[in-house]
Design a protein around this ligand. Structure first.
Ligand SMILES: Cc1cc2nc3c(=O)[nH]c(=O)nc-3n(C[C@H](O)[C@H](O)[C@H](O)COP(=O)(O)OP(=O)(O)OC[C@H]3O[C@@H](n4cnc5c(N)ncnc54)[C@H](O)[C@@H]3O)c2cc1C
Length: 362
């Protein structure tokens, strides 16, 4: 499908997070003749709120792409364990982890830098997408004003708050508001990396992570009263740790999806495709989503690489993501077990797979 008009593309991708970037660089390599537009609204100031931990599955994927991480993407310190805290039940357990601690914005920028020059990349926010005959009209806005593009296919790689998903499909049923605060690291005794449960303020989990000169405390909260729940959990955690986070240097928030049912995963229809968190590909138990985002990007690129009509690409992509969907569905069972105070207590008390002596009433 060759196009001549400058503002008309074969594929327009909304979102240059890990899903969009991997999709674009893999497809641009396989089908250099395609006219691809990548639209992204992220800047250092509006960077994606994230823990920035690269899990083993994501590391394996990068290895499969024959990619190695530049040192500039890594963040200080590197961690070996997660301190799991149940505030309500006053339990603490340590479990070994094999994550890489990264600067998330640096990671996204690095992936974006791998995209070949024949792709048009535009820094702008997509405001509206409308079907217009055989094409889709995409209105975007940036400092230069409003621009409209047309494209034969739309790829929504625009994360948890996806405009593409909202416009064309059923939204994700369960979405939390993820809130993170950044504090100066003054050497106060705060866990390097922790996973926090507090049934009183959230039915999900929270975390602390050290990032260079900062300590981040974040968590996922039900939409209604999320700010109050965050504030209450923070003070309960400070009381539990016997330490204060200190002055807030930065606050960030975004929606984060928590897929619970098979139909929460939506891969697309017709000429509209969804990737990464927009498709629901994120772990509902840990919110680990970088591996699923990159993996789905690769699978859709492979499906497009075959050069088939969009309907066939949809079918192939849906088929290839089946094991990913199943894996994430199973994680929602794990979530139900971990986020239930009773079953969590049994697991933590048993000490199974932990690397520390059982500590009570810390
Ligand atoms: C607080 C928090 C902590 C997390 N911590 C971790 C972690 O430590 N490890 C891990 O593996 N996962 C983590 N996750 C999950 C992970 O961040 C996501 O699953 C992953 O980023 C999804 O990648 P994506 O490419 O699908 O979407 P995103 O990374 O969300 O990228 C979407 C991109 O689209 C752009 N965009 C969105 N809307 C528009 C628009 N209208 N116009 C133009 N551009 C747009 C955004 O600017 C962004 O660049 C965390 C999530 C949250 C919320």
């Amino acid at each position: 499908m060759e196009t001549k008009n400058n503002n008309v593309y074969d594929i327009a991708v909304i979102g240059a997070g890990p899903a969009g970037s991997v999709f674009v660089f893999e497809l641009a390599k396989a089908r250099p003749e395609l006219k691809i537009l990548l639209i992204d609204g992220q800047s250092k100031e509006s960077a994606k709120p994230c823990g920035g931990l690269l899990a083993p599955d994501a590391q394996k994927l990068l290895a499969r792409f024959d990619l190695v991480l530049p040192k500039s993407v890594l963040e200080d310190p590197q961690i070996f364990a997660v301190e799991t805290i149940d505030i309500d039940q006053k339990f603490v357990r340590y479990y070994q982890r094999y994550y890489l601690n990264m600067d998330r914005y640096a990671f996204d920028s690095w992936l974006l830098s791998l995209i070949p020059k024949n792709v048009d990349v535009i820094g702008a926010r997509c405001k509206e997408i409308k079907k217009d005959g055989e094409l889709y009209r995409i209105s975007v806005k940036n400092a230069d004003g409003e621009i409209t593009f047309s494209s034969s296919a739309i790829v929504g790689a625009d994360g948890g708050g996806s405009i593409v998903r909202r416009t064309f499909f059923e939204p994700m049923k369960v979405q939390y508001v993820a809130i993170q605060e950044w504090y100066e690291n003054r050497g106060q005794r705060l866990p390097y990396y922790s996973c926090i449960f507090d049934a009183k303020t959230s039915d999900s989990c929270s975390w602390t992570i050290h990032k260079g000169n900062y300590v981040v405390f974040g968590g996922a909260f039900r939409r209604e009263g999320c700010r109050e729940a965050f504030a209450e959990q923070k003070s309960r955690l400070e009381a539990f740790l016997g330490n204060s986070f200190g002055e807030v240097k930065k606050t960030e928030a975004c929606l984060v999806s928590s897929p619970r049912r098979m139909r929460d995963f939506k891969t697309g229809e017709g000429s509209v495709f969804l990737l990464g968190e927009a498709a629901g590909f994120i772990s509902p138990s840990s919110f680990e989503g970088l591996s699923s985002a990159m993996y789905s990007g690769k699978l859709l690129a492979d499906a497009f690489a075959k050069g088939a009509p969009h309907e066939k690409v949809q079918k192939l992509y849906r088929k290839e993501t089946r094991s990913l969907r199943l894996k994430l569905r199973i994680k929602s069972v794990k979530r139900a077990i971990l986020c239930n105070p009773f079953t969590r207590k049994i697991i933590m008390k048993s000490g199974i797979q932990s690397i520390s002596p059982y500590t009570k009433n810390k």
